[in-house]
Design a binder for this molecule. Structure first.
Ligand code: SF4
Length: 117
């Protein structure tokens, strides 16, 4: 059992840093602006976000997540999104986002069980 399972206080799921000079750093947020995932935990993993791919000054392929609202739109919604996608993380291939977007990874043999994404 995790400590978060022993409390009804869900304050750990998000917060808004109203003193940040960059807020709002992403456009299109409709719910509470969640700053908890300012550095998105999925940056090195496959994800469904609308990222662009670029090469940085060191020649590394990186994601530009400017257009992504998934880790920020609503405390509960963004918390649940990150938890679901970190269940079976798959290291990012370095390729552009697909259309339709990447599906959430599942363990072998359970790829299509209970799909909701
Ligand atoms: S595109 Fe969105 S979900 Fe994917 S790594 Fe960037 S911020 Fe995270």
């Amino acid at each position: 059992m995790q400590p978060k399972d022993t409390t009804t206080n869900e304050g750990f799921k998000g917060f808004t840093n109203t003193t940040c000079p960059f807020l709002p750093c992403h456009k299109g947020i409709k719910r509470e602006f969640n700053c908890l995932f300012c550095y998105c935990p999925l940056i090195a993993y496959e994800c469904p976000g609308p990222y662009e791919v670029f090469t940085d000054a060191n020649g590394l392929t990186r994601k530009d997540c400017s257009a992504c609202t998934l880790p920020h739109d609503g405390y509960n919604q963004s918390w649940n999104f990150i938890q679901r996608w970190l269940e079976y993380p798959v290291v990012w291939s370095g390729q552009p986002q697909t259309d339709p977007p990447t599906r959430r990874p599942r363990p072998p043999g359970k790829e299509n069980e209970g799909r909701d994404d």
